[in-house]
Design a protein around this ligand. Structure first.
Ligand SMILES: Cc1ncc(C[n+]2csc(CCOP(=O)(O)OP(=O)(O)O)c2C)c(N)n1
Ligand SMILES: [Mg+2]
Length: 537
């Protein structure tokens, strides 16, 4: 399918090369500066999805990437197209998501002149570089194979992050006749050196109260190897939001993702050896209460693909650079299994957690359980809203790439709907739910039209408490005037109809199950829950 025309332009060579790297979908909004990127697209077989705002394109690419493990790719115009996608790049940057953003930029001999040309920015590339592994201005078609090889090498072999490539409008149309348009051989991920791993294993072997912390960098690990490692070490296991589903929640060593809660913190503080793999030890997973209370006093062994991460937040005693999946497998084999009372320590913590879940969280958990009862293999793509926060603690997916949201890292609103669309396009065989509040949904609501256009069947599970509930709560707790949080709430039923979507209201779990079971396969179904009022029984 991927046929290259004779005497291709740079734009045609680009899409051909993208297809060679396995790109099957591009999220983009064309403009006068980028139309030439589209000339060669039909010959590649790459599908084009058109969002209603470039931020939607970026979130779709992010959801596509998190659901599939493949980089999400976007085409945006110079200037406003690029500034519109920066928020989505920020979210992807914070959560180490592979994303390739290709934009146009003004004519190569007009760059930086400030002549007030259409879409001109003083330095577009510098702006993108702040939320990217790198931003490159392609000044000649000859640079194309090299710069794409750089981008895909990062996606494949390093800490994944967005990459931005901008192409001046004269370069997009320049002849690109004799370039090597084959995908470059991508390097394998580096692995931890034998001696370093053996030293870490020796320290682990002496541990009396071990603790294992798994981050999003681990999600390509073999779940059986993770279990083998935890069991051989007999260590309680904490996950982050982005590693949910890797270690079974029902396992007797599991502590879930509750590092901000006192019982887990107490256990962490008295651990004498902590193995932290593929985790930043960052605030949105370890300190959502923002009090700096996640303390580690034991020796920390850190494993990360990114050397820069090894001493951030908590300093490592053993700092190991390399692939998490490989290191987990090898460490499991190096350890001599030994009982350390891990299951009893974990059970005591779980009992304390279970005795203290707030009733509101349990109601929200019941809603998510109702969805799961209909769709056991659902992918839940969350925004930053009440059932997402509680689900970060209580929801337990059965596999990785099944629970991700924008309450982590950058923490932007408006993520869930477009990211869910991207996830469904990447994994059409899995049911997908966008879990979103009334505030967050209004950020990117027009993407309902993109989903209808693309024939994407998904559930938009709307948690409607008529306002910015989380911020209202903070204002109340701080004795502040409640300003800007009781927002006007539109009629979502009418809006859904206007976009050509189905709509159902669910006031209890039985109605929710029904609504999910009868949701449409080829367009979004908005299922509205009113809070307060939803009945968990
Ligand atoms: C882009 C952006 N703007 C503002 C915020 C601050 N913020 C965080 S949560 C929140 C409330 C969101 O309201 P809603 O989606 O209805 O969820 P709720 O808290 O009501 O459940 C706001 C305004 C943010 N995270 N991101
Ligand atoms: Mg709300």
């Amino acid at each position: 399918m991927n046929r290259l025309p004779e005497n291709p332009t740079c734009g045609e060579a680009l899409v051909h090369l993208l297809a060679a790297y396995g790109v099957d979908t591009v999220f983009g909004i064309p403009g006068v500066h980028t139309v030439e990127l589209y000339r060669g697209l039909p010959q590649t077989g790459i599908r084009h999805i058109t969002p209603r705002h470039e931020q939607g394109a970026g979130f779709m690419a992010d959801g596509y990437a998190r659901a599939s493990g493949k980089p999400g790719v976007c085409f945006v115009i110079s200037g406003p197209g690029l500034t519109n996608i920066l928020t989505a790049m920020g979210q992807a940057y914070a959560d180490s998501v592979p994303m390739l953003v290709i934009s146009s930029v003004n004519h190569s001999h007009q760059l930086g002149l400030g002549e007030g040309r259409l879409h001109e920015l003083p330095d577009q590339s510098a702006m993108a570089a702040g939320v990217a592994a790198f931003s490159h201005t392609l000044l000649r078609p000859q640079e194309l194979p090299q710069v794409l090889a750089r981008a895909f090498s990062i996606f494949h072999s390093a800490r994944p992050r967005p990459v931005h490539i901008e192409i001046p409008i004269d370069v997009i149309t320049a002849p690109a006749g004799c370039l090597n348009l084959q995908a470059a051989a991508l390097p394998p991920r580096p692995v931890v050196a034998d001696a370093a791993l053996a030293a870490a294993a020796a320290r682990m072997q002496q541990a009396e109260r071990p603790l294992l912390l798994l981050g999003g960098g681990c999600i390509d690990a073999d779940p059986a190897a993770v279990r083998a490692l935890a069991e051989a070490w007999d260590a309680p296991v904490c996950s982050t939001i982005n590693s949910k589903g890797l270690f079974p929640a029902e396992h007797m060593l599991s502590l879930g993702a509750n590092q901000s809660l006192p019982p887990v913190r107490a256990l962490a503080a008295e651990a004498d050896v902590v193995l932290a793999v593929g985790t930043e030890l960052g605030e949105t997973d370890y300190d959502v209460v923002f009090d700096g209370g996640f303390a580690l006093t034991g020796d920390i062994i850190r494993i990360d693909l990114d050397a820069e991460q090894l001493h951030r937040n908590h300093r490592a005693a053993h700092a190991l650079v390399g692939d998490a999946a490989d290191a987990i497998r090898r460490l499991a084999a190096l350890l001599t299994p030994q009982q350390r009372g891990g299951a009893a320590r974990a059970a005591a913590v779980r009992a304390q957690l279970d005795a203290a879940w707030p009733p509101a969280w349990q109601t929200q958990a019941a809603a998510l359980a109702a969805v799961r009862a209909v769709w056991p293999d659902v992918v839940m793509v969350g925004d930053s809203t009440q059932p997402v926060y509680s689900g970060n603690h209580l929801y337990a997916p059965g596999q990785v790439r099944s629970w991700f949201n924008a309450s982590t890292g950058y923490g932007t609103l408006g993520y869930a709907l477009p990211a869910a669309i991207g996830a469904k396009l990447a994994r059409p065989e899995r049911p997908v739910v966008a879990l979103v509040g009334d505030g967050g949904l209004q950020f990117t609501l027009p993407e309902l039209a993109s989903a209808v256009e693309a024939g994407v069947g998904l559930v938009v599970l709307l948690w409607n408490n008529r306002g910015y509930g989380e911020i209202k709560r903070y204002m109340q707790a701080g004795g502040l005037p409640e300003i800007g949080v009781d927002i006007y709430t539109p009629d979502f039923q009418l809006l859904a109809a206007g976009f050509g979507c189905d709509y159902r209201r669910a006031d209890d779990v039985a109605a929710l199950r029904q609504a999910v079971a009868h949701s449409a396969a080829d367009r979004p179904t908005v299922i509205e829950i009113r809070d307060p009022g939803f009945q968990a029984a």
